[in-house]
Design a binder for this molecule. Structure first.
Ligand code: NAG
Ligand code: NAG
Length: 237
């Protein structure tokens, strides 16, 4: 009920209001950096916040061992990355919004045009690039944040590996089918593969995306929708 009237309001708004005026991408996110969502992960000490991105996509899993009691394997993720940091950095309501954006975006993502409308209204519709996994060899793939729509040369590309993980807080949005929110992560480039001044990524404020406990009733390969905020850091200029 609440949701459907909210959807209707959003549709009305998006059909009558054009996007907020574009503001240039912030080069300094110091005000937002102070609002880094705290957890038991080691903090981004000594690093500079470069981007805060909303990832909207899927976590991919496999169940191809034929063993119904085994947990699914994790094969990677695929997500579109939107710039939310530029707006949040100057938004007096940032503190409140940070904890609500992911769940709201996930629930709206089941209705493509509603998500687009929400992103546009908030000024979060600047698409910066994609998150995917880069296959390094037959057994290794590396989480990649390929920001080829950023207007800098070379464009930022973070190729990072998981260093620490903690469970999402109990308050996290459990996803479209109550599967639970994926863990919060600290991802760090330890191989010097990144470019464009970024080398650490925190996956925070996750919504949905968790795998089921076992492979019972699952396809050989399947996807679980999720959203997350990727707080992207680099060394201080
Ligand atoms: C199936 O998976 C479960 C849980 O991981 C494991 O204990 C069991 O040995 C596996 N069975 C076979 C036949 O591999
Ligand atoms: C995840 O699923 C999407 C959609 O089917 C697919 O395009 C992508 O290649 C998959 N990614 C991985 C890492 O398996």
């Amino acid at each position: 009920m609440l949701f459907s009237s909210f959807s209707a309001a959003l549709l009305l708004l998006t059909s009558s209001v054009s996007a907020l005026p574009k503001i240039p991408r912030a080069t300094n996110l110091d005000s937002l950096a102070a609002r880094y969502p705290k957890s038991d992960l080691p903090g981004p000490d000594g690093l500079e916040l470069k981007y805060v991105l909303l990832g909207v996509g899927t976590q991919n899993y496999t169940c191809n061992s034929g063993n119904e009691t085994a947990p699914p394997g994790t094969t990677g993720a695929l997500a579109k990355l939107y710039d939310i940091g530029t707006r949040l950095n100057r938004d007096p309501l940032a503190q409140w919004k940070i904890s609500s954006i992911s769940g709201l975006a996930l629930s709206l993502s089941s209705f493509g045009n509603l998500l687009d409308g929400y992103l546009m209204l908030e000024g979060y519709n600047e698409w910066m690039g994609n998150h995917f996994f880069t296959q390094m060899d037959t057994t290794t793939s590396i989480p990649t944040f390929y920001l080829d729509h950023a207007k800098t040369t070379p464009f930022p590309n973070a190729m990072v590996t998981k260093k620490n993980a903690v469970d999402a807080p109990k308050s996290a949005c459990p996803g479209t089918k109550n599967e639970g929110a994926v863990q919060w992560l600290q991802l760090v480039d330890e191989k010097g593969l990144s470019a464009g001044g970024v080398n650490a990524v925190y996956r925070l404020e996750t919504a949905g995306g968790n795998k089921p406990a076992t492979c019972k009733g699952q396809k050989a390969a399947f996807e679980v929708p999720y959203t997350a905020q990727y707080w992207v850091y680099g060394t201080k200029a």
